[in-house]
Design a protein around this ligand. Sequence first.
Ligand code: AHR
Length: 543
Amino acid sequence: MSLRLACKPSPSIVRKSVRRCHLLAIFAFVSLALTASAIAADKVELTVDASKTGAKIDRNIFGQFAEHLGHGIYDGIWVGPDSPIPNTRGIRNDVVAALKAIKVPNVRWPGGCFADEYHWRNGIGAHRNVTLNPNWGEVVEPNTFGTYEFMDFLDQIGAEAYVSVNVGSGTPHEAADWLEYMTAPTSTTLGKERAANDHAAPYKIAYLGIGNESWDCGGNMTQDYYVNQMKIYSRFVRNYNPAQQDKNQMLKIAVGPGGSEPRFVDWTEAVMKAYQQHTWSWDINGLSMHSYTVVRWQDKFKSLGFSESEYAQFLKETSSMDGLINQYSAIMDKYDPQKKVALVVDEWGSWYAPLPGSNPGFLVQQNSMRDAILAALNLNIFARHADRVRGANIAQMINVLQAMIMTDKEKIALTPTYHVFKMYVPFQDAMFVPVTFDAGTYTHENISLPRVDAIAAKDTNGNLWLEITNIDPNQPVEIEASLDGVTAKSAVGETLTALKVDTVNTFDAPNTVAPKPMSVRVQNGKLIFKAEPKSVTVLSIKQ
Ligand code: AHR
């Protein structure tokens, strides 16, 4: 058995020559030693210290981003009340049902780059102005999905509003009027106008984004210019909703970095320094950070039909999210040691080449098992930084970039990333629980990465949850999890895996990648189970 195991292809052996296998056979004792170490590497021991809890994993790290881009809004959410596709006031029922199931905490809207060219008056009332969308394919923007429709959509899925106002081509006056329109009582002219447009009650606006990428598509501003704008918008763009005055106040999120380059360091320093010196008249509660997993912007990687080499490169790239958060947390700590300002990663996810035949401005890509792994790794990074990262919005919710859902007319497919978000629902607002483990190594060509990742948390009912990601596309891992502070009686869970790393769900085969129940053995208080190759597993531990 040992000789056969030594010759069996494994990540470390698979590309080595047959000659090496023969050598192993000849030197049996070497083979035995190698086999023993291979078996040891196949097992990962974890300790979940349930006697300790860390920061709360804010449910807002599971936020979504919906921009007027490609089919993200039109066709993805909005089909109009006269559509044969089942809808409620123009909003797709199938999409609403799917999003309700993942308990979307907030949706960032209307952009993105689109936000800095959005004029809210085009999207209210019975008559909508038809404009263009110069950022994304120069297509016609009918503005049929505007404030009322966005808020109706949020109501239907049970999420909160994260509205990004136009700092680039708008004015503080325009943004202040929009907020007044959305939140003021009907005793004001703008409040009356809202009531005339079918919504008498003030809307709740939980988050206000003060611009988007103001260092780039949001106006190519210098940091000093932006800081001045930020103060003005923070001061004058008011929320009048009576229910948001003392409690549930609207949180204001300033533009932060978009990478690790020196210009973003300077930008972050400038914003945070201004925050440190802020007076009673203005404030911010969050700093945005954008970080896509791209590898290279020119000749981007494909989202379908890729090699293990591209898989490994992509996961290596995505792991840099941790370093980026460390880098900017350190700057924030300098000016805000009490961590009052949240780091909000309000654009993240994979960005691949557009699917052949699609409009390149629509950012259409497929979503494979690789994206599910990437999502889990990033969510785990956010959870480990839960004291500072209190918001994140994956880009983007439907039909764009790393989407939850793909639609094509009446058809719908939930992506592998969707399933990860669903499996992670128990982690929303749960308390972080430390897990220690030696992850082992997954090596492909010149890339070596931790083979296993894991987080644990205690939910609001005191239930313990454990998540395990095995990034190795070829080898399963035997997991042996010890628990400190609790005695496990049983554990049940689900695992998401696929035949290949580039396996996807299509409209014709929408359930190819879907979570399956998995079995866990409890022995001497330890949880013992196999984490399949390229898998994401979430377990509920019964005590
Ligand atoms: O998500 C697509 C675009 O990426 C957003 O509009 C912009 O903010 C970012 O550059």
